[in-house]
Every structure is written in structure tokens, then in C-alpha cells.
Design a protein around this ligand. Structure first.
Ligand SMILES: Nc1ncnc2c1ncn2[C@@H]1O[C@H](COP(=O)(O)OP(=O)(O)OP(=O)(O)O)[C@@H](O)[C@H]1O
Ligand SMILES: [Mg+2]
Length: 255
């Protein structure tokens, strides 16, 4: 808790008060924490999902990920989508065509909330079929709380693209095993798979960032699967493993 930034500090203070003040709530510290985001975080705090929010793990294109601590003292990962910078057109294209979501709206918040819910549902479904992903805990508005992947001291696990991989062949086999479970059993395509969205914990892959994942009969599914496979083939070439896209595909689809 030593490195709490200004924005986190403000939020931390407000979370500990567990209430909202009238005019303090418009923008606190950074663009992440607009009024509705703050209200959402307070609600989650009141319900015990979040006691402390500290240390930004990542500031991405569309979302910021923070490390939090819940009421039991357990680390959690808190992914907060920024309503201002999200790519709604893409989100709408992915949401439409997914029979799980019957949302036809141009309301940005509604699109983001659906997107976050989609990430929650995809994580849950992947996990149910044995794919190693963070356990989703709760999705509320633009906030997703999930299992923190890291060590006991709260250091997040490294991305595959930065990790030291001791046995790339075994790692690839494990990733392919998960992609097969994802495709054949969970009937999902990740859609943004690469060394940026795989964490390495105890030498094992943990697949993250599955909000754009689509069901296998979605119109975009095949294109996305091919792209995921292409990325995987490229990333492993850098690790000294040469495997063609066709070979990966036939393993995933069990041909
Ligand atoms: N459950 C988690 N446990 C630990 N670290 C996590 C977890 N989820 C995400 N992270 C960290 O936060 C980073 C960003 O998360 P993620 O990939 O889900 O979002 P993103 O790539 O920023 O999304 P976008 O690019 O759409 O904004 C990851 O690269 C990883 O370092
Ligand atoms: Mg990512």
C-alpha cells in the first residue's frame, strides 16, 4: 500500500467513507473515476467486494486494471472500463450476433455494461469447461472484479510476452489444450489472443482479456479464430518453436 497514487488515494478515501458527497463526485483524480464509476465502486465496497483499491496494474486502451483487496483481505483484480475512450462500434459489432445478448442500443453506457457482462460470462463459461482464466467475481456497470493472478505478496503475474519461458513447447501444448476446450466445449473463440493476453503463473498459462470473445457460430468467429492462431504461431516462433497455423488449427479442432 505504499505506492498509492493521487487518484487512488482519493478513491481510497472515498471508499473508506463508503458514501458519496454531492459535488466531490464529478471527477476524482483521473478520467477513470467518473461519477457512475465511483458510485459503482462504492456499492461494491458496501457489499464487501472491495475494501481497498490501490496500485494500477495496467492502463490499457479501453480499460484500467487495479489491484484491490476484498473484505476478507484477499487480492482481487478490478478492471474498470473507461466510458470516454471505449470503441463502441467494435463493441456493438461483437455484441450483435451473439444470441446471449439481445441489446440493440446506441447508448454508450449500456453497450459498455453489456461488454463487461460479456467478459464476466465468457470467463465463467471458459472456467466451467476447464480453461484456466481468472475466476470472475462480479460485474457491475463498467467494473469487473475477478481473481487476482499473481503471487502472495500481490505482484501480478507477468505477461507471456515479457515472461521467461522455461519450456516453450510445454507452454504451447497447454495453450492449445485450453483453446481446444474453449472452442470445442465452451464453444467460444477468444478473439484477441496473443502474448499480451496470456499471463504466466507457476510456468502455466492463464488466459485473460476475453471480453471480445464470441460464440463459435458468431459471424466473426472464424476470422477471429484464424487471427488468434496466427498470433500464437508468431509469438512461439520468437520462442524458438516453429508450428504452422494449420497445425495449430487442426489440433484445436481435433481434425
Ligand atoms: N486477473 C488479473 N490478475 C492480474 N493481472 C491482471 C488480471 N487481469 C488483467 N491483468 C493485468 O492487466 C493488464 C490489462 O488487462 P486486460 O488485458 O484484461 O485489459 P486491456 O488489454 O487493458 O484491455 P484493453 O486493451 O481493451 O483496454 C494485463 O495485461 C495484465 O497485466
Ligand atoms: Mg489485454
Amino acid at each position: 500500500m505504499s505506492k498509492i497514487s493521487k487518484a487512488d488515494d482519493d478513491l481510497q478515501r472515498m471508499l473508506s467513507e463508503k458514501r458519496i458527497k454531492g459535488d466531490e463526485d464529478r471527477r476524482v483524480g483521473s478520467e477513470v473515476f467518473d461519477k457512475i464509476t465511483l458510485e459503482t465502486l462504492y456499492k461494491l465496497a458496501k457489499q464487501g467486494y472491495l475494501q481497498i483499491l490501490n496500485g494500477a496494474i495496467s492502463t490499457g486502451k479501453e480499460a484500467n486494471v487495479f489491484k484491490g483487496i476484498d473484505d476478507h483481505g484477499t487480492f482481487v483484480a478490478v478492471k474498470i472500463y473507461r466510458v470516454t475512450t471505449s470503441d463502441f462500434k467494435k463493441m456493438q459489432d461483437y455484441i450483435q450476433g451473439d444470441p446471449r445478448f439481445n441489446v440493440r442500443t446506441n447508448n454508450k453506457r449500456q453497450v459498455i455494461n453489456t461488454w463487461v457482462n460479456k467478459e464476466y460470462r465468457n470467463l465463467k463459461r471458459a472456467r466451467e469447461f476447464g480453461v484456466k482464466v481468472p475466476r470472475p467475481i462480479i460485474a457491475k456497470n463498467n467494473v469487473l472484479i475477478m481473481e487476482f493472478i499473481g503471487d502472495e505478496d500481490g505482484n501480478p503475474a507477468p505477461l507471456m510476452k515479457n515472461a521467461e519461458v522455461s519450456n516453450p513447447k510445454l507452454l504451447l501444448d497447454n495453450i492449445i489444450k485450453y483453446l481446444k476446450l474453449l472452442y470445442k466445449d465452451a464453444k467460444l473463440v477468444h478473439g484477441d489472443l496473443s502474448g499480451f493476453n496470456i499471463l504466466i503463473k507457476d510456468d502455466e498459462p492463464v488466459i485473460i482479456d476475453i471480453s471480445q470473445g464470441v460464440v463459435v457460430d458468431h459471424p466473426l468467429a472464424e476470422e477471429l479464430l484464424n487471427r488468434d492462431i496466427g498470433n500464437l504461431s508468431k509469438d512461439f516462433r520468437k520462442l524458438g518453436i516453429v508450428i504452422s497455423e494449420d497445425e495449430i488449427k487442426s489440433k484445436i479442432m481435433d481434425l
